[in-house]
Write a protein that binds this ligand. Structure first.
Ligand SMILES: Nc1ncnc2c1ncn2[C@@H]1O[C@H](COP(=O)(O)OP(=O)(O)OP(=O)(O)O)[C@@H](O)[C@H]1O
Ligand SMILES: Nc1ncnc2c1ncn2[C@@H]1O[C@H](COP(=O)(O)OP(=O)(O)OP(=O)(O)O)[C@@H](O)[C@H]1O
Ligand SMILES: [Mg+2]
Ligand SMILES: [Mg+2]
Lengths: 248, 248
């Protein structure tokens, strides 16, 4: 039975998609069967993995096609349900339904036997689909940059998750991203993060242009530059998460 | 009659709030009367200016208070209508109205005589309020980082603006933000931006930790470090925009 993992932060541009790609690819390389679902209308996930799917989550939500019919294989053990700007229209289609907040939960239910993990790549605001992802999620991972607005937003996000899920135990990890160890402000805020959230905070992913290059050419960091800081840092995150999730 | 300027990019974390603060503060220092309206439920604008308003845009939208009653003075010539997470509830209140897409236009109409500029600080996704801001706007400014997802998103955003406004003439400027001149990828993508959008692209704002520090302490860059790269780059942007807008 797959764990359903929402990777979310209401602050934009802080590394959600990059984290989904490189954590899921790492788990797939270790043999886990993983499904990625992009619920952000920007649809960056397909570009980041170098796939051009013909179908998207829109067809599953509005045309009621099963997810199994709109997914594509992105890598061995790693399937993807993509998104594009048509997803903006799906928001309106969902908002009118009585069960509007459980649409994603119902869509993934038939697939949970087939995968070990199902990841949602969330967009940067509390849309209808992001609320759906939180409801469907068994686990929540929060990437964050170590800058003032993102850290301030973190408290609000965790409070919001507490309201939606009736508690915050579902938050499994906070991943500091794009950390530049040369910047005093980063180090100070990282220490603040560790003091405030303790064990939840994983070792930081350092800023590394190879990660940005990788997403530009549709590769995972392990494919683009396996010896880079980005690959080393994300591989460490994958090890820690798989221990936490008792993967053999 | 105030120009109504939407500062927008559907990609998050690329410098929208930082641009609103430092462009508007520069115009106010030159004697223009400026009103800022935060339409992002994260409410970063108040924090960035170091003000803690008791009222927000929520009261204007849901309790029908005039904007003049919820604004606060942030600096000389610079007033602010703040936001917070209650704005998420305002989205639902608007969505049910027949004139749902002209709510902001109606709210700002009585104030356009009092100001030279009214800026909207938009959030990072196509929310109901962002669509309202585009409808109300006489001018659109698009900050963007020079990285692959943001550049790809730019085409879609401009197409979206074209659909909402019946043309893209309202797009006045594209401002490259957080540009690191040492990174090859940034230089390549900046050249691509200039080739694609020509005159619309203003000189880049370089990456500069003083900008992040300034937002952490609630200061404009001119207050925090007037000799920094960030202050020099934004002052240049202010000069170019005020020439474009025929400010004496
Ligand atoms: N550690 C890092 N070092 C350098 N660049 C990074 C790092 N992590 C991500 N990036 C780059 O930063 C940009 C933003 O990252 P990404 O798109 O993953 O953020 P996001 O939170 O998914 O954004 P959005 O809110 O728009 O969905 C991308 O170009 C990405 O390649
Ligand atoms: N040129 C720059 N150099 C360094 N840091 C910057 C620069 N511009 C902005 N920042 C910092 O980057 C972070 C993101 O910027 P900002 O909050 O303005 O982006 P945004 O587009 O408004 O984000 P959101 O989508 O969440 O509203 C902030 O901490 C800000 O201080
Ligand atoms: Mg993303
Ligand atoms: Mg902002």
């Amino acid at each position: 039975m797959a764990r359903v993992v929402a990777v979310i932060n209401l602050k934009g541009g802080i590394g959600k998609t990059t984290t989904v790609v490189n954590v899921s690819a790492g788990l797939a390389l270790k043999g886990a069967r993983v499904l990625l679902i992009d619920i952000d209308a920007q649809g960056n996930l397909a570009m980041a993995l170098g796939v051009q799917p013909k179908r998207t989550l829109y067809e599953a939500i509005v045309d009621h096609k099963p997810l199994a019919d709109v997914r594509v294989s992105a890598r061995p053990n790693l399937d993807l349900v993509a998104a594009n700007e048509s997803l903006l229209l799906a928001h309106q289609a969902i908002a009118g339904r009585a069960d509007w907040v459980r649409v994603l939960e119902q869509l993934v239910r038939p697939l949970r036997q087939e995968y070990d993990f199902i990841f949602f790549d969330c967009g940067g605001s509390l849309t209808v689909l992001n609320q759906n992802a939180l409801i469907a999620a068994t686990d929540v991972i929060i990437p964050t940059t170590v800058e003032p607005f993102a850290i301030k937003g973190l408290e609000k996000l965790i409070a919001q998750i507490g309201r939606v899920k009736g508690g915050t135990a579902v938050v499994r990890a906070i991943i500091p991203t794009m950390v530049d160890p040369r910047m005093k402000q980063s180090i100070t805020l990282l220490a603040h993060l560790n003091r405030t959230y303790g064990q939840l905070v994983l070792p930081p992913v350092r800023v590394n242009v190879r990660l940005s290059e990788a997403s530009a050419v549709g590769k995972t960091i392990y494919e683009h530059d396996p010896r880079s800081r980005g690959a080393i840092d994300y591989a460490q995150i994958v090890e820690l998460l798989s221990k936490m999730w008792n993967m053999q």
